[in-house]
Design a binder for this molecule. Structure first.
Ligand code: T3D
Length: 262
């Protein structure tokens, strides 16, 4: 397998599908895979792409860091902060900073940083057979790739601590009931529904959707006063967009809008 085979990228109109592709390792991350994923997300930032669908090949979504390269018997202890700084932090910043919706279809187990990556996406759907595991504590590590930030925000401190300290898996239905993800779907419906949702968003008012993502993310770290000012700035920008003009015109003409994404 070449480096680029570790991540499959298919662009169909405005939709970019990215598939993590090391199924025999449950799509665990290697440096090559990180670089290929980074390149795919850079492609997603290009103007023609209007939504991203992220999923995994085979029976897993992603088992986090590939532990094959972490055998302590093979050499010196290593600086894990370096991997975090070189790969995981830039990846999470890329996902959160992309001004387009990122849909994650969690097709199977999401463990360690694999779970954190899923939670950094904008809308997370999961197959009913999928599990989410904060596997870090089994290794003596701490949640990374934004997990310690997103977990308490999504499910509250009590559940976040219990999940992270025990590494107990939760199934997709529980994840949805707790607000960790958007929806659990029957396994055989996951990709059809996730693709339909991603296509719908790829035909949406991309500029406005990107600004909406920015506003909701900003709400996690600022007070309401600052948020009101941000909404005013973003609405001003959205109000000048071609898609806003199209949306209102279509409403008045009683027809569906044909958004261009700008
Ligand atoms: O730089 C740094 O290291 C810091 C960054 C850290 C971030 C992290 O993500 S740390 C957390 C790393 N991930 C884990 O601890 C999860 C390890 N995997 C598991 O606990 C289990 O595999 C799962 C619970 C995810 C799934 O269990 P199960 O029973 O469904 O599958 P399995 O049989 O364990 O795995 C299937 C194969 O995938 C197996 O290989 P084999 O025996 O068929 O040759 C297994 O070794 C391999 N695999 C699974 N996870 C990883 C992996 N190989 C390498 N790295 C993995 N993370």
């Amino acid at each position: 397998m070449t480096a680029s085979d570790t991540v499959l990228v298919v662009q169909d109109g405005g939709l970019l599908q990215i598939t993590l592709n090391r199924p025999d390792r449950l799509n665990a991350f290697t440096p090559d895979m990180h670089l290929a994923l980074r390149a795919a997300l850079e492609q997603a930032a290009s103007s023609e792409v209007r939504a991203v669908l992220l999923t995994g090949a085979g029976r897993g979504f992603c088992a986090g860091q590939d532990l094959g390269g972490r055998d302590p018997r093979q050499g010196e202890r290593r600086d894990l902060g370096e991997t975090i700084g070189t790969f995981y932090n830039p990846l999470i910043r890329q996902l959160r900073g992309l001004a387009k919706p990122v849909i994650c279809a969690v097709n199977g187990v999401a463990a360690g940083a694999g779970a954190s990556v899923a939670l950094a996406c904008d809308i997370v759907l999961a197959a009913q057979s999928a599990r989410f595991i904060q596997a870090f504590s089994k290794l003596g590590l701490v949640p990374d790739a934004g997990g310690s930030w997103s977990l308490p925000r999504l499910v509250g401190e009590a559940r976040a601590k219990a999940l992270a300290l025990t590494a107990e898996p939760i199934d997709a239905e529980t994840a949805a009931a707790w607000g960790l993800i958007w929806k659990a779907l029957p396994d055989d419906a996951l990709m059809t529904e996730a693709t339909a949702l991603a296509r719908r968003l790829a035909e949406g008012p991309t500029l406005g959707l990107g600004l909406t993502k920015q506003a909701i993310q900003a709400a996690a770290t600022q007070d309401m006063d600052a948020q009101l000012d941000l909404e005013q700035r973003l609405q001003r920008q959205a109000g000048y967009s071609d898609d806003y003009a199209e949306g209102v015109t279509a409403f008045l003409d009683k027809r569906p809008p044909a958004f261009k994404g700008r």
